[in-house]
Design a protein around this ligand. Structure first.
Ligand code: CAA
Ligand code: NDP
Length: 283
């Protein structure tokens, strides 16, 4: 099956990146969010990224315009009626994702694949909200989407082989490298990454070191491009907390308990870079 038109749900940091890479690969894209201001923010992010490519002489202004022209903005879910695939990148919450998938199942054409960019939630459970579980799949991009090569592809219990093959080919068309993993909480990426981030937060919580010191240790000592607390701020502390909760609940093992300091920051609205404050202050 050829993918010509894609709908991306959620115009946040992941949704806008996912929309951008599909438009750059020549596909028509509908970028959807709840409010006009959110889709406009997504468009501004994509425009900024593409302008940087133009400034660096890697893209012509005309190419940038062509890419942006392929992107339609939407606050109306019925725009899913003529797409080949929907990629959902709304907030990391099972109730919201299940409701979205139930609605999309009613609107999207019968042939359409319903993919989710969830970073930890069970694909099988999201698929159960639809009448087409064989066409539901996890397509987990990494942040920042235009830069990171990986797409973790997760089959639900009922995902059809041909759906997996379409998503694998689509990932390659986006110049990404798909890696198949099974449907377990946090998949592979966040089962390994997020406990490290949570442990870094515990070291601050217990007074072992400052956030700056923790990040320096991991950057200089382990050659990580960003320290774990800078990375947590970059991902979004709300998303980090939701992933830890999914791991904790899914495995029933206390080793995944979210650090109380992470909970406190999220309750305070300190969500990291996107809200201007997390372990660090921005602007
Ligand atoms: C939570 C989940 O479910 C899964 C996840 O995504 S976990 C998060 C996974 N991501 C990571 O671990 C990222 C770790 N950090 C890094 O790899 C790097 O710090 C980084 C790529 C983000 C930035 O790299 P850097 O060398 O420190 O900075 P910088 O030189 O400014 O940027 C490198 C390139 O990335 C681009 N870039 C940086 N941030 C970007 C962004 N937010 N959007 C688009 N492009 C971006 C820059 O334009 C630059 O491009 P060129 O090389 O083409 O000029
Ligand atoms: N951040 C990361 O590094 C990564 C995140 N992910 C996953 O991607 C998804 C999105 O994360 P991210 O982009 O960081 O989050 P953001 O908070 O940046 O963006 C989420 C966007 O989705 C919108 N949204 C919420 N509910 C709905 C809905 N019902 N319909 C349409 N849009 C909705 C939000 O609007 P509002 O502001 O009103 O809530 C917001 O604009 C999550 O599932 C996350 O786990 C995956 C890989 C990496």
């Amino acid at each position: 099956m050829d993918i010509n038109k894609v709908m991306v749900i959620g115009a946040g940091q992941m949704g806008s990146g996912i929309a951008q890479v599909h438009a750059m690969a020549g596909m028509k894209v509908v970028l959807h969010d709840l409010k006009e201001e959110f889709v406009q923010r997504g468009l501004a992010q994509m425009t900024k990224n593409l302008s940087r490519q133009v400034e660096k002489g890697r893209m012509r202004e005309a190419e940038k315009t062509e890419i942006l022209d392929r992107i339609q903005l939407s606050t109306d879910l019925t725009h899913a009626s003529d797409v080949d695939i929907v990629i959902e990148a709304a907030v990391e919450n099972m109730r919201i994702k299940s409701e979205l998938f139930a609605k999309l199942d009613q609107i999207a054409p019968a042939h359409a694949i319903l993919a989710t960019n969830t970073s930890s939630l069970p694909i099988t459970e999201i698929a159960a909200a639809t009448n087409r579980p064989e066409k539901v799949i996890g397509m987990h991009f990494m942040n920042p989407v235009p830069v990171m090569k990986l797409v973790e592809v997760i089959r639900g219990l009922a995902t059809a082989d041909e759906v997996y093959e379409v998503v694998e080919a689509l990932s390659r068309k986006l110049q990404k490298i798909p890696v198949e993993v099974n449907d377990f909480p946090g998949f592979v990426s966040n089962r390994i990454l997020m406990p490290m981030i949570n442990e870094a937060i515990f070291t601050v919580y217990e007074g072992v070191a400052t956030p700056e010191a923790v990040d320096e240790v991991m950057k200089l000592g382990m050659n990580h491009p960003m320290g774990p607390l800078t990375l947590a701020d970059f991902i979004g502390l709300d998303t980090c907390l939701y992933i830890m909760e999914t791991l904790h609940e899914g495995f029933g093992d206390d080793k995944y308990r979210p650090c109380p300091l992470l909970r406190k920051y999220v309750k305070a609205g300190w969500l990291g870079k996107k809200s201007g404050r997390g372990f660090y202050q921005y602007e």
